[in-house]
Design a protein around this ligand. Structure first.
Ligand SMILES: [Zn+2]
Ligand SMILES: [Zn+2]
Length: 68
């Protein structure tokens, strides 16, 4: 049982870490921004990403952001 608990804790810890990681730079969020689709990115990453794009869409799900 102890082993299973340890595994669960490890899994939860890694999930939490993933949650705190920006999908663009794969690093811990710096100044995170939450889009209307509920994906988040560093403010700088999103700015750089959108600089190349005609539309302000989410880099993951491609939903257009309602933010300007
Ligand atoms: Zn980032
Ligand atoms: Zn999204």
């Amino acid at each position: 049982l102890d082993v299973i608990q340890d595994m669960m804790q490890d899994k939860m810890a890694s999930m939490l870490e993933e949650d705190l990681c920006c999908p663009i730079c794969q690093d811990i969020f710096k100044d995170p921004v939450l889009l209307s689709c509920s994906h988040s990115f560093c403010k700088e990453c999103l700015k750089n990403w959108w600089r190349e794009k005609p539309e302000r869409e989410c880099p993951i799900c491609k939903r257009k952001s309602s933010r300007d």
